[in-house]
Design a protein around this ligand. Structure first.
Ligand SMILES: NC(=O)c1ccc[n+]([C@@H]2O[C@H](COP(=O)([O-])OP(=O)(O)OC[C@H]3O[C@@H](n4cnc5c(N)ncnc54)[C@H](OP(=O)(O)O)[C@@H]3O)[C@@H](O)[C@H]2O)c1
Length: 259
């Protein structure tokens, strides 16, 4: 039976947990060979690899801090050395640190290092291979925070995710002529460690907001995002580039002007 990622090789940054893990499992299920990148949770990344192997697919866990240009380059080099090619890069690795304009600017620096420079570091390294192949798919993780939601005390995070949006459009412009598409997804609230690590009060407040404002009246699952990204990573999405696709259960504050 034909699988939509048959024969493809993919790096999913930050795929030891959360959305990245769901993408890795789904890609493998669709026939891709997968590199599960992580920065600290080696055991979790290895569990994902074992799960993929038990499904009869190939996978490799590689530690690399995407904020480091050198480590991002080594991640891509090790992938190509092991699998012989690289077709898909999902820039999923990301961090959320609370903070707004009255907080220390070092918080913004950390967010930019991982959420923005991480995308640049990995894409730069991967694009060299994809340009030679004249084929590639790059999918970046933005957030509805980068489009303009009102969750309190996340201004610095929102800045980093807004940067991913313009980066996606500019990368699409630069790489299109080489047969490389670049798109971003902007999820609403998805239940992962990123959300679970918030304080009880904050968690309850953002959950309540997401439930009230989503027309589907539910919080997102990592698998919801993985489905969309699998399509964008496939050959079938070959005429889509430079797009930011929101996946948030239909937020009423975006769908209507007043409510
Ligand atoms: N959850 C949401 O509601 C939501 C909404 C919108 C957008 N997003 C975005 O979706 C992406 C995934 O979020 P998530 O909720 O799945 O996060 P998560 O559960 O906190 O997982 C984060 C993943 O990123 C990895 N990571 C963190 N810093 C890294 C670095 N410097 N280098 C390499 N890997 C690194 C972690 O690796 P280790 O396990 O090794 O630490 C982990 O695999 C992020 O970009 C996030 O901003 C999430």
């Amino acid at each position: 039976m034909h699988k939509i990622l048959d024969g493809r090789v993919a790096i999913i940054t930050g795929s030891s947990r959360g959305i990245g893990r769901a993408i890795a499992l789904r890609f493998a299920n669709e026939g891709a060979r997968v590199v599960c990148n992580y920065v600290s949770h080696e055991g979790k990344a290895k569990e994902v690899v074992e799960q993929i192997k038990s499904m009869g697919s190939e996978a490799l866990a590689i530690k690399a801090d995407v904020a480091s240009r050198e480590e991002a380059e080594q991640l891509v080099e090790a992938t190509v050395k092991y699998f012989g090619r690289l077709d898909i890069l999902v820039n999923n690795a990301g961090i959320l640190i609370k903070g707004g304009i009255f907080d220390d600017l070092s918080i913004l620096d950390k967010l930019i290092d991982v959420n923005v420079k991480g995308v640049i570091n990995c894409t730069r390294a991967a694009a060299r291979i994809m340009m030679e192949q004249r084929y590639g798919r790059v999918i970046n993780l933005s957030s509805i925070a980068g489009i303009g939601t009102s969750a309190k005390n996340t201004t610095y995070y929102a800045i980093s995710k807004a940067a991913v949006i313009i980066l996606t459009k500019r990368l699409a412009l630069e790489l299109g002529e080489y047969g490389i598409t670049v798109n971003a997804v902007a999820p609403g609230l998805i239940m992962t460690d990123m959300v679970k690590s918030q304080s009880k009060e904050e968690r309850e407040s953002i959950l309540r907001l997401a439930l009230e404002r989503s027309v589907l009246r539910r919080v997102g699952k990592p698998e919801d995002v993985a489905s969309l990204i699998t399509y964008l990573a496939s050959e079938e999405a070959g005429y889509i580039t430079g797009q930011i696709i929101t996946i948030d259960g239909g937020r009423t504050d975006f769908l209507t002007r007043s409510c």
